[in-house]
Write a protein that binds this ligand. Structure first.
Ligand code: FES
Length: 120
């Protein structure tokens, strides 16, 4: 059994309205010195790396399809925002991050000992 993941949580907004989502439901956030893409789909918030794992397309410039996949603006590869799977079948994997809405605000979690170091 895989050990339970530990996260460092970063507050990114006081509430969803502060994120200012455009009609695409995709916005770019900066956490530490990294760019994150945050997505609003059917009243859920999801987060992933801003750079597409294929060739670095800016995912917040893409769109979300009817099934909830994020579609890269460069070559239209699709990724499931809940698990990072490359649903259009090219074999890439998109880094995703958990999002929590708490009464103190919107938080994104970064796995300890993995991504945390690049935030400093
Ligand atoms: S850079 Fe995203 S699909 Fe090619």
């Amino acid at each position: 059994m895989e050990p339970r993941k530990k996260y460092q949580w970063h507050k990114v907004a006081t509430d969803i309205a502060e994120i200012n989502f455009p009609a695409s439901g995709l916005a770019e956030l900066t956490v530490g010195n990294k760019k994150i893409c945050i997505a609003l789909f059917k009243e859920s918030l999801l987060a992933c790396a801003q750079k597409c794992p294929h060739a670095g397309g800016h995912l917040s410039d893409g769109y979300i399809d009817a099934a909830g996949n994020i579609v890269c603006p460069l070559h239209r590869y699709k990724f499931n925002l809940e698990n990072g799977r490359n649903t259009s079948g090219e074999g890439y994997f998109l880094k995703i991050f958990p999002v929590e809405i708490r009464k103190e605000g919107v938080f994104i979690g970064f796995e300890e000992n993995k991504v945390w170091n690049w935030l400093k």
